[in-house]
Write a new protein. Sequence first.
Length: 200
Amino acid sequence: MTVDELRAVWERVGVYVAEAASGLLERSKRTLVGNGSYEGFVAEVLAQVPNASPPHAPGEYGFLIYAQTAAQVHARLADIMPGDVVVLQGAKLKGHKGLQSYSMSTGEGRPCVGVVSEFDAKKLKLRALQANRRVGQATVESVSYRLEDLKSGTIKVRHTARSSRFITTNDFPIGVSCIGSMRYAAMENIVMDVRSAILY
């Protein structure tokens, strides 16, 4: 997909995913959101957005726009935006926050999945809303990740796809069929995933 097409997907879906995630963050202060897992929180967010497509496979929440392994960036196809889904697998980050050094690990065993709420392109830092698995606290938390601090593991970011139930010919340029565009988008996403898998 082109940058403009990816932007259009975000405008039709991602904006509302970000709003839903923010609302569930507030609800989590009073009750459990989802089943308490990372995937459960994201599933609950997407369920709040009628035109959002659920993942068609584990960890595949739409169009891959960013992929990084350790310090190497493999794909950067569009801007990271609020409402995107971030997946961290075996991620170890180490760096500085202000004058203090820090290190953190996440996504070991099962991937850590969250919804992007903010992204600072200059600092390459994103903030994600994700399930908080610590007992006795709100069940959703806001966590920041600085991409350049990734020392090992992978970070992938995806624009949430629009459900095929809500796709019409108005979503595609004049002269391009809806079915053809859907097939092209699906194939391009598969190609990007295969390319990333080979690189990894």
